[in-house]
Design a protein around this ligand. Structure first.
Ligand code: NIG
Ligand code: FE
Length: 402
């Protein structure tokens, strides 16, 4: 190690999350140099170093920067009217079938400029960042044509340039069937594979498909994934949210990073995910918002050692929630995750869902210095509060940003 550190944080309770566990280091310290973590251990063993800045953590909890690995946070308009309709008894599928739902947001998104989309998304993203999110994934999928999907990506690029957060961009052209292709789903899949993906591939990292009765069939999903892989892109999918089409097993067979939602996942799907190291992303905000009584098979996921990530699914329809801490609480209360599992779900396992596990998600030497110091004394306290932000200090890429 060189003799001068940029930042030393000491007297903190370090939740390293190495191996998916708290791995708490009591009265610990972290040495940061050139954006990376160089040393982690007990404060009393700190190497004798000069440092640009020494931060006394006052025995607060230190965790990796939080990662929201599944959002649709860039969109036009809002769907408060559908919230009211559902309160009066309409279901999500009924609203979708009568032209609302995702299509309502598609109309508003098509009508907006890239600048307006970024402007509308900025406070929502900021609300995540204020709670210690240092990386997030954002999906397209409210354009459903080349022009608007590209515009959504431009909005994400603007946010990425303006805000201290790393953004993973995912193409979700296969979110729903646009009206231009009504009754011609295979022609739309052609459009995605032959026109949209070739134009968009260099601007995104991954391709997602809504594999569902009101979305795309497993056969269509497979075609899109083959095309994504030909462009060197990662794949992931919305699977088993409203019904069981075997999407998770299909994704596993094709090397998906994650299968997300999973309320109707069966044991065969869990087994396939375990076998192929697919991360299960649970989205309790969506089942909370929709009043869905179904639950992902948490015990089976644990039994087969499938890594479980937790994300907001931030979107205007099923999860208008811009607080990852709230969603951690929901994961504990609604899905019975332990606070340890919830924290792993927004750190190391979320990193894996975005293929960043080599660089992010844990506190250990060599990892990028994305860290959050919390005004709490135990990890359980992080998932415990609702409507209270105990974030004390955020370090992103080795710089104190808040
Ligand atoms: O993850 N399930 C599909 N996509 C989103 C919902 C998007 C919307 O309703 O606008 C989801 O729940
Ligand atoms: Fe989603």
């Amino acid at each position: 190690m060189q003799q001068k550190a940029d930042i030393i944080v000491h007297h903190v309770e370090v939740a390293t999350m190495v191996g998916g566990r708290y791995g708490l280091i009591h009265d610990g310290a972290v040495v940061i140099q050139e954006g990376a973590i160089r040393w982690v251990g007990p404060t009393e063993d700190l190497p004798d170093l000069r440092a640009g800045e020494i931060i006394d953590g006052g025995h607060r909890l230190l965790t990796p920067g939080l990662i929201d690995c599944h959002t649709h946070i860039v969109y036009g308009g809002n769907r408060a009217d559908e919230f009211e309709a559902r309160l009066r008894g309409a279901t999500y599928e009924e609203i979708a079938r009568r032209g609302g739902g995702i299509m309502a947001t598609v109309r508003a998104t098509r009508a907006a400029t890239a600048g307006a989309l970024a402007e509308a998304a900025r406070p929502r993203v900021q609300s995540l960042l204020d709670e210690g999110v240092t990386m997030l994934e954002i999906k397209t999928g409210y354009g459903l044509n080349l022009e608007t999907e590209s515009k959504m990506i431009e909005a994400m690029e603007r946010l990425s340039a303006e805000l201290p957060v790393e953004i993973v961009k995912t193409f979700l052209g296969a979110h729903t069937l646009p009206p231009e292709f009504q009754n011609r789903p295979d022609a739309y899949v052609d459009e995605i594979c032959k026109t949209m993906l070739p134009e968009i591939a260099h601007r995104v990292e991954a391709v997602d498909v809504f594999c569902e009765t009101i979305g795309f069939t497993p056969a269509q999903t497979r075609r899109i994934f083959n095309c994504a892989r030909n462009h060197g892109l990662a794949i992931k999918l919305h699977a088993e949210q409203l019904s069981n089409l075997g999407g998770a097993a299909l994704g596993a067979e094709m090397g998906a990073l994650s299968a997300d939602h999973l309320e109707h996942l069966d044991e065969a799907g869990v087994r396939a995910m375990a076998h192929n190291h697919v991360v299960a992303v649970v989205l309790p905000g969506a089942l909370y918002t929709l009043g869905d009584k179904n639950r992902p098979p948490m015990d089976l996921l644990r039994q087969y050692h499938v890594p479980i990530a937790v994300a907001t699914d931030a979107n205007p329809g099923t999860s208008p929630i811009f607080s990852l801490l709230t969603v951690m609480n929901m994961a504990c209360v609604l899905l019975h995750l332990t606070p340890e599992e919830a924290l792993a779900g927004v750190t190391c396992h979320a990193a894996q869902a975005l293929n960043r596990q080599d660089r992010l998600g844990t506190i250990e030497p060599g990892k990028q210095a994305d860290l959050v110091c919390w005004n709490v004394s135990s990890p359980a306290e992080l998932s415990y509060y609702l409507g209270y932000n105990p974030c004390h200090l955020i370090i992103h890429h080795g710089k104190v940003i808040g």
